[in-house]
Design a binder for this molecule. Structure first.
Ligand SMILES: Nc1nc2c(c(=O)[nH]1)N[C@H]1C(S)=C(S)[C@@H](COP(=O)(O)O)O[C@H]1N2
Ligand SMILES: [Mo]
Length: 362
């Protein structure tokens, strides 16, 4: 079947534009408009979306979550909701954020900067459920399977991602049934999804129907093949796990429709935005108005929670009319920083090269 082989991963030729296949993905999987960086909690309709296959139609009335370890049981949504409830703001970012800026461009969902958002997720902690179902020293991974089904690189499967058991037992991991105080929307995983704070988006399995504790490293597509930093298609590669630090700014002034170049008046401005890292708290956010030649420090807002992005602000007073290239970058307390020279990888993952916003001062 030609369609199956043609869905294998590809790198665009030099000068090749975004194709209609990529446009179709980009329309289904929208980014968060960067002006929404103003909100601490992203309104649900502005949060980015990434769905590999179709949004499955899940009937909550007949829905059962199957949980399997040393024992097994099934839960309906009333059972899930009757368990202890917690709520926390968590920033999600797609591991492919920044992919479209790689040269050459890996052909896939062509993200620029906006595959990020922060929601208030409510649900029940996962660890007690894993303890109830039971595991022992030989247990390795927890496999989360969604209700959605499709094909990628020619392999047919349900969306399934494993997390090492030690990480799945983390205090902050939850099974979420609410986003921003409302039941999950269909596109965000209704009725139930996993939320693993600090990890890239592929970990946050939507339409969760099955949790399985297994004794061998899970060899499914989304762990063994996808979401790995590779140079060549047959490399084993290193898995991407936690979110690398990044800062983004609210584009100042107003945009030109087609170029998105910003127009601002000369004089006093306050630049604002958000910064985050899944490895450690954000240590510093820096700004540049000359395309990264010189930098100054922004002021960080106090963190609202460990797992939500943090606000930052800085005055900026361009005195003379002209064109400026505003840039912003973050580093974290573990010493991770946004690179000046981003290294390339075959799947277009974790491109945290600094955001650059062209501004015309009049
Ligand atoms: N079942 C299922 N879960 C999934 C996906 C998917 O395609 N199917 N996409 C993952 C990816 S790659 C990302 S980035 C996040 C996006 O979550 P959101 O659409 O709620 O923002 O969901 C993850 N969970
Ligand atoms: Mo993603």
């Amino acid at each position: 079947m030609n369609q199956l082989t043609s869905s294998a991963s590809r790198v665009a030729a030099t000068g090749e534009g975004i194709g209609l296949d990529e446009l179709l993905l980009a329309g289904r999987n929208h980014a968060m408009p960067l002006e929404a960086l103003r909100y601490d909690v992203t309104p649900a309709g502005l949060h980015y979306l990434l769905t590999h296959y179709d949004i499955p139609f899940v009937d909550e009335a007949t829905f059962r979550l199957h949980v399997e370890g040393r024992r097994s049981f099934d839960l309906d949504m009333d059972d899930v909701r009757s368990r202890p409830r917690v709520s926390r703001p968590v920033t999600f970012e797609c591991a492919g954020n920044g992919r479209a800026r790689f040269q050459p461009r890996p052909v896939s969902q062509p993200w620029l900067d906006g595959a990020v958002g922060t929601a208030e997720w409510a649900g029940t902690p996962l660890a007690p459920l894993l303890r109830e179902v039971g595991f022992d020293e030989s247990s390795v991974d927890v496999v989360f399977t969604g209700c959605d089904h499709g094909m990628e690189y020619g392999s047919e499967q349900d969306y399934a991602r494993a997390l090492p058991l030690a990480d799945a037992l983390g205090d902050d991991v939850l099974l979420a049934y609410e986003m921003n105080g409302q039941p999950l929307l269909p596109q965000h995983g209704a009725p139930l999804r996993v939320v693993v704070p600090g990890w890239y988006g592929m970990t946050q399995v939507k339409w969760l129907r099955d949790i399985r504790i297994v004794d061998t490293t899970f060899a499914g597509f989304y762990n063994a093949t996808a979401y790995r930093l590779k140079q060549h298609v047959d490399d084993v590669g290193e898995p991407v796990t936690r979110i690398a630090p990044r800062a983004l700014m609210v584009p100042p002034g107003f945009p030109d429709f087609m170029t998105r170049t910003r127009v601002v008046d000369r004089g006093d401005h306050v630049l604002t935005g958000k910064a985050w890292s899944g490895w450690a708290p954000v240590r510093r956010v820096q700004l540049s108005a000359d395309g990264g030649a010189t930098w100054w420090d922004a002021e960080l807002d106090p963190p609202a929670s460990r797992w939500a992005w943090q606000g930052w602000r800085s005055p900026w007073t361009p005195e003379s009319p002209g064109t400026y290239a505003l840039c912003v970058r973050a580093d974290d307390e573990a010493g991770n920083q946004q690179p000046t020279d981003q290294s390339w990888n075959r799947q277009g993952l974790s491109n945290t090269s600094v955001q650059r916003v062209e501004v015309v001062v009049r």
